[in-house]
Design a protein around this ligand. Sequence first.
Ligand code: NDP
Length: 335
Amino acid sequence: MTTETLTAVLLEEVDGKPRASFKSVKVADLPPYDVLVDVAYSTVNYKDGLALTGKGKIARKLPMVCGVDLAGTVAESRSPAWQPGDRVVVNGWNLSETEWGGYIQQQRVKPEWLVRIPDSFTLTEAMAIGTAGYTAMLAVLELERMGVVPDDREVLVTGAGGGVGSIAVAVLAKLGYRVTASTGRADTHDYLKTLGATAIIDRTSLSEKGLPLQRERWAGAIDSVGGTTLANVIAQTARHGAVAACGLAGGADLPGSVFPFILRGVSLIGIDSVMAPKAKREQAWARLATDLDRDKLGAMTTIAPLSAVFELADAIVRGQIKGRTVIDVRAEMPG
Ligand code: NDP
């Protein structure tokens, strides 16, 4: 691509407040990093929703090109590790926080941020997975590390209708786990069963404050919700089970007790996708290539143009997005 001027979603200070809008950015003004990527797709993660709506302070430096991840093709490289034409993905690494992100048609990035997209995935599929899906896989890897194996006891996924949740359900089901999906939306039930959930519970059953120790139900859990939901999930996890905490869609507090940890040996594992080491990322992407059914990935994916990103950001913070939304950053802008 030879375009000298790009269209970006740029967060700038306007009247003393950060405000995001479509702005032109010159290729020459991109960061001075060693690899220039022709960006094909970005996506809408919950964090993008917080950044674009201003409901969360994500950017710590302005002006900021938003978008926490990107997929594309290497255009130029001053690093021997990457050649023009390589298909790459970047997730996290503080994109949209302190480093310019993926809502733009080209971006300069550090070579060590890049992960090669497995051959079995298209660029669109790589972004359908995106940060949400790679985070779900990191959580699955942690459950496996803690000895949670497919057996008679169920594994719970909360926020199941969202991005992290949908991919977690699909991967766990393919691996043979019995997956219970917790959702607040009745219209996601059939969808979640298609992804492989064997049972569905209403999220209100986890949202009221409960006893510090409850009936042992889950061998393990992947939680996107946090707050009282996470406290209840931990209290319902069986002896020596493990809970992977990924998100805060329902709250950032953790109003529980230590009893599940000291009386049942339950483990609570934090998942950090942003600064995960490269080897862990490569492991997660390799496992996604074998353990995520591409048809299911397709069934949970919607593709939208960059021009729709503000509307989608608003929808994701309202909990209205089902599955994953890929942003085509090259689609024609209106006007
Ligand atoms: P989504 O919005 O796609 O999914 C979140 C889901 O949580 C919703 O779809 C909804 O599912 C449920 N939910 C929303 N609001 C509430 C609420 N008030 N109470 C209970 N449940 C609620 O977001 P993502 O999947 O992209 O991200 C999920 C979480 O994981 C976010 O908090 C995000 O910041 C975090 N995250 C963390 C990462 C990490 O590195 N640790 C990386 C990626 C994401 P349903 O309607 O089915 O109930």
